[in-house]
Design a protein around this ligand. Structure first.
Ligand code: BG6
Length: 492
């Protein structure tokens, strides 16, 4: 009998994560082209209710796309501003170094490398910026976990080819992947082709760049067709990394919706199995097991979905499975066949409410134990190394006159999740890294606001992009510093 672990391995990777569209800004500098995320808009003067109403009830529409293509301003387009990481990266990465961070996750912006997606040559200025930024991480002894596509593709690919509806986008993506793996391979420790594969179903503009009201389109059919193309693109990205950068792990990711049956009624349990399959396992099964799972046949049949495939597609998916799995974890939800069950908000979805859990300021159900459950479930199913690619608390903060931010609520949240993570390690789960989401305040993805803050570092910008953009260390910065220093032993 082997001895059980008592805590984290000495090489456990304590990390932090951001994405290019939410952080970089500088949307039209350095040769960058307009991306799909640069097209999402918000009136920063709106109330919280107006913002939430738009976020939950209005999928990205054709009119919004047309307006965004015609508008080159930043006023109504928060992702074009981000938190200005593009200009602050040296100072920011120095702060990460001071914190003792071991792993930094960010994404490469496709439209900074190929401004239109179909350009013959990459944009050298974009490549140089990324080399400089990733090199800065290395100078501070920080490993890098790089997402190739965190929701944003060059918008030209949508306008000209229909985005992921077209197989051409797979070819353009592969060219982009080959370019960044060749150019940045020596500076990247982990590659992640796609952020949150399952976002497509819940947030189609983010996940597969689809507008909702395309005339005559069967929306579900279009989503799954796009997803099929993304699965091939993902497999080819895995192949490319294995060939061009052998030894560098390349993985898959979903937004993990931890799901509990509402009662012990058999119907609720069956519902929980289905919810888990359709929202979570479908995606990781394809990436890790290399084939479409049988349970989807019945689901596709019910929705009348027929995925168009070409000969060889399934072989590509089968031959190129991922080396690790990762996921974002923010909340858990309840599965029930009771249509009248009370609802609350959640990441990308509206969730069924769990009477045993508290919620965050934004209505997301707080469930640290769900993280331990998720880690056990995923490791049981796949036996692959796991990384928590995102976890954190989005809430408002107050910057005091002396430049401090007392965010004991965030410390409490992270403390409880790290404690649950440690239990999963002791359970025997091979989990190798934990990345706090948005650990430098950034534009939140759902509401498009700055005031839903996740950071351990405060950025002085408001929902309209007004402010000094100065960075301030929150109390949680010092807490995480001690947690990292003690390798997860000191959580006081
Ligand atoms: C994940 C995304 O779904 O959730 C991030 O990968 C996002 O981009 C995060 O920011 C938190 O969601 P939100 O809407 O609070 O920013």
């Amino acid at each position: 009998m082997g001895k059980i672990k008592t805590g984290f391995d000495s090489d456990f990777l304590w990390g932090g994560a951001i994405s290019c569209s939410q952080a970089d800004g500088a949307w039209n500098e350095g040769g960058k082209g307009k991306s799909t995320q640069d097209c999402r808009w918000l009136d920063g003067t709106w109330t919280r209710d107006q913002i939430e109403e738009k976020h939950h009830n209005n999928p990205f529409s054709h009119d919004e796309l047309v307006a965004a293509l015609a508008d080159d301003g930043t006023e109504f387009y928060p992702f074009r501003r981000g938190n200005d990481f593009y200009h602050h990266y040296k100072e920011d990465i120095a702060l990460f170094g001071e914190m003792g961070l071991k792993l930094f996750r960010t994404s490469v912006c496709w439209s900074r490398i190929f401004p239109n997606g179909d350009d013959a040559e990459p944009n050298r200025e974009g490549i140089e910026w990324y080399r400089s930024m990733l090199g800065e991480c290395k100078r501070h002894g920080i490993k890098t976990f790089v997402t190739m596509l965190h929701y944003d593709i060059p918008v030209n690919l949508v306008v000209k080819y229909g985005g992921w509806k077209s197989r051409k986008t797979i070819d353009f993506f592969v060219r982009y992947v080959e370019t960044i793996v060749r150019e940045f391979g020596d500076l990247v420790d982990f590659w992640l082709p796609f952020n949150e594969f399952n976002a497509a179903r819940f947030s189609p503009w983010d996940g597969v760049c689809l507008v909702k009201d395309e005339e005559g389109e069967d929306f579900d059919q279009a989503i799954f067709q796009c997803l099929h193309h993304e699965f091939i693109a993902n497999a080819l990205a895995v192949k490319t990394v294995h060939e061009l950068s052998p030894g560098t792990p390349v993985g898959g990711m979903i937004a993990r919706f931890c799901t509990y049956p509402a009662t012990c009624r058999p119907e609720d349990n069956l519902q929980a199995i289905h919810d888990d399959q359709y929202s979570n396992w479908f995606y990781t099964d394809i990436m890790a097991r290399g084939k479409y799972p049988a349970y989807m046949d019945r689901y596709f049949d019910k929705l009348g979905i027929e995925i168009q495939m070409e000969p060889g597609d399934l072989d590509i998916i089968a031959a190129n499975t991922v080396d690790f799995l990762s996921f974002s974890y923010y909340f858990s939800q309840v599965s029930t066949c009771d249509q009248g069950w009370e609802k609350t908000a959640g990441n990308l979805v509206m969730a069924n409410k769990n009477p045993y859990l508290e919620t965050s300021e934004w209505g997301w159900q707080l469930d640290p134990l769900g993280l331990r459950i998720t880690l056990n479930q995923m490791y049981d199913r796949y036996g692959l190394p796991l990384y928590i690619a995102e976890n954190g608390l989005g809430t408002s903060d107050t910057l005091e006159a002396d430049g401090t931010v007392h965010d004991e609520y965030r410390i409490d949240y992270i403390r409880q999740h790290v404690a649950a993570l440690k239990e999963a390690v002791i359970d025997g789960v091979d989990v190798r890294g934990y990345m706090i989401w948005g650990f430098l305040d950034l534009v939140a993805c759902g509401p498009l606001t700055m005031d839903k803050r996740y950071g351990l570092i405060y950025v002085d910008l408001d929902n309209c992009g007004k402010g000094t953009a100065k960075r301030y260390k929150k109390d949680s910065f010092y807490w995480y510093q001690k947690c990292i220093e003690s390798n997860g032993k000191n959580l006081e």
